[in-house]
Design a protein around this ligand. Sequence first.
Ligand SMILES: Cc1ncc(CO)c(N)n1
Length: 215
Amino acid sequence: MSERLRAAAEEIWHAQHDHPFVRGIGEGTLDGARFRFWLRQDYLFLIEYARLLALASAKAPDLDTMTRFAGLLHTTLHEEMALHRSYSADLGIALPDLERERPAPTTRGYTDFLLRTAAIGDFVELLSALLPCMWGFNEIGLALAERGSPDHVGYARWIEMYSSSDFTALVDWLRELTDRLGAGLPAATEQRLRETFLTSSRYELAFWETAWSRS
Ligand SMILES: Cc1ncc(CO)c(N)n1
C-alpha cells in the first residue's frame, strides 16, 4: 500500500525535492534567517510529533509494535531533537526561547491534523498520517546525500541525520508495517487513508514554503 500512497502524492513530493529551501540545504546556500525560522518551528513540530508517537505506542496492535514506537519516541526526543538543540546552540538561541516560540499557522495546522488523526482515527490511519513525515525527510536526506555536499556546507549534520542508516531502517520498518496492516482493505478505506497521506504530504510541502517565505 505504501507504494500506492507514494504514487498518489508524487506531484507534491516532487515539489518538495524541487523546493528552494530543500535545494538550499543540499547546496549549502540556504540563508541563515530561513534556516533559523525552520529550526524554531520544527522544534515545536517535534514536541507535538513526540505526542503522536506516544499515541501510536498506546494504540499499537501488539507488544512488538508498541515497543518500536516507544523506541522511536525516545529517538525523536533524544537524537532528532538533539540535532535541533545543537544547531540552536550554534545560532545562539537559548533552549527556553526555543520552547517558548509561537507556532506559525502551518505548524499549528499540521500538528493539530496529526494529533486529531491519532485521537479519532484508527491505527492504520495514524500510520498514513505519520508516514509522509519520516519517509519524506528520509527521501530528501538520501537524495541530498547522494548529490554530495561541498565541505563548507553547514547543513551536513542535517543531511547526515535524515539520510543515516538508522533513520532509513526506521522508515523501511514503518512502510512494512503500513503494508502489512493496510493489506486487503476495502477500496473506500484505502481512499480515506490516501487522503490522510496526501494531507500530511501537503503540510510537509507547506512547512518548507512557510520557512522560505515567512522569515
Ligand atoms: C515538518 C517535519 N516533518 C518531518 C520531520 C522528520 O521527523 C521533521 N523533523 N519535520
